[in-house]
Design a protein around this ligand. Sequence first.
Ligand code: SF4
Length: 276
Amino acid sequence: MDSHRTETPREKLEGWLRYFDDLNLGEFYVDRGSMAKRSVRRPVERAAVSPPAQPTMVAAPPEIEPAAPILPVVNVPSLFEVLDRVEGDTLELIRDNLGECTRCRLHKQRNKIVFGAGNPRAELVFVGEGPGHDEDIQGLPFVGRAGKLLTQMIEAMGLRRDDVYICNVVKCRPPENRRPEDDEVATCSPYLYRQLDAIAPKAIVCLGGVAAQTLLKTKDPISRFRGNWFDFRNTKLMATYHPAYLLRNPAAKGEVWKDLQKVMVHLGLEVKKPSR
Ligand code: SF4
């Protein structure tokens, strides 16, 4: 488990350098001055992240494709048949409603329910598949090796982990980290819909096929639609590869970084062209 010991600044820097090296951004640099200024003047409230009158986005690098159109290819309205919006819903209320849930068989082997963590007013929500071993022990999402990579991805976007909200489709660890069954997803995902409705972010990023297929109601492989924008209950949604997949296939990090740059543009975050 990697989260029992706080990383030294040197270890953290080395992790960053390895991450950017994988992206072939050999001379990428972070303007600490502007990041520090932004973090000071940018509180967690949504409006402060993306002031419409003064977008903070600068010229995107040439390799970034223009924002993809929203593709109306999924039957998203059917989700309203699953769960209507709950007026005045909050994350606290949803967590209370979940309780010590035994609604599906995944409760039998779990240690802790992993509800979600982060800013309840986040502009950006990451949705993964389900808890793994480390998450099950700690009750927190994305705290293992894949979580460490997700943190690097978030920080590469110029955000802190506390700025975003992170959760999963199912809240209990599937045994042996197997893929959640359809009935388990169907039982647990209404709580995810309520979380997303309560947070009302500007963008949702699905990490991996299960999250994307659940929210988009499709069985298509993620490789067919990742990197495109979709409309999910009036929020822009994009799917990209899961960090665990990137640990096994580091060459795909560049594709994920392109996806995240589109999200940055949508959020009005500064996208810097790497210096070469
Ligand atoms: S996975 Fe979801 S529905 Fe199943 S027991 Fe856990 S919290 Fe309940």
